[in-house]
Design a protein around this ligand. Structure first.
Ligand SMILES: CC(C)(COP(=O)(O)OP(=O)(O)OC[C@H]1O[C@@H](n2cnc3c(N)ncnc32)[C@H](O)[C@@H]1OP(=O)(O)O)[C@@H](O)C(=O)NCCC(=O)NCCS
Length: 177
């Protein structure tokens, strides 16, 4: 499915564009954000390469993932990203980040609710999971707010920021009304 565009109240989830490079650096180039992610802080050059690859990957069929920009609807400027990576058995893995100057304003809740609706309806997923670091209280609060349940702890799940890190595994299931 390409291109994807999901409209919300204050935000839109849309495909990445080349013009997102500067704004995306406020997310992937900020160590205060990437300390919680499974990849290290990127330079502008590294991000330019990744962005080009992300734009190209979105056009492959079948898509391995839906990695979308979270854009402020008025300015159409990127304020974060959200991703569902597709697995087997109608499962997906959710990931997200918001630029620091927009934290705690409800943007992640809004973006994740839009993405969960897309995953369960348009993609017909049954299970969506998310893994986050045990120290990542913001992400845990978000997942609780979204109705995810914690299913356990994966030891040494990711190598990031120079060391192995455990993850808490959360998931939510599609329960049609
Ligand atoms: C996790 C993250 C995406 C949350 O984004 P956000 O837009 O600030 O979140 P929201 O404003 O939508 O808040 C979501 C919930 O989390 C809570 N929350 C947000 N930041 C929090 C914090 N630092 N500590 C405790 N709770 C927090 C909010 O109160 C809200 O809960 P509520 O609705 O029950 O009050 C953001 O902190 C971020 O980008 N972190 C770095 C990247 C990251 O950790 N990604 C996830 C990897 S698993």
């Amino acid at each position: 499915m390409y291109p994807v565009r999901i409209e919300g109240g204050r935000i839109v989830l849309r495909e990445f564009e080349e013009r997102d490079l500067e704004a995306s650096m406020t997310v992937v180039g900020d160590p205060d954000v990437t300390v919680f992610l499974s990849f290290d802080t990127r330079t502008r050059e590294e991000q330019a390469e990744r962005l080009a690859a992300d734009i190209a990957r979105a056009k492959t069929e079948p898509r391995p993932d839906y990695y979308l920009a979270i854009a402020d609807r008025q300015a159409d400027e990127l304020i974060g990203f959200i991703r569902i990576g597709l697995g087997g058995h109608r499962s997906g893995e959710l990931g997200y980040a918001i630029r620091k100057d927009r934290w705690r304003q409800g943007y992640a809740v809004e973006a994740a609710q839009l993405m969960l609706g897309f995953g369960f309806e348009a993609l017909a997923l049954h299970r969506i999971q998310a893994a986050c670091g045990p120290d990542n209280l913001a992400s845990q609060a978000l997942l609780h707010r979204l109705g995810f349940e914690c299913e356990g702890r994966m030891r040494d799940h990711v190598f990031t920021n120079g060391g192995w890190r455990d993850s808490l595994l959360y998931a939510t299931l599609h329960r049609p009304a």
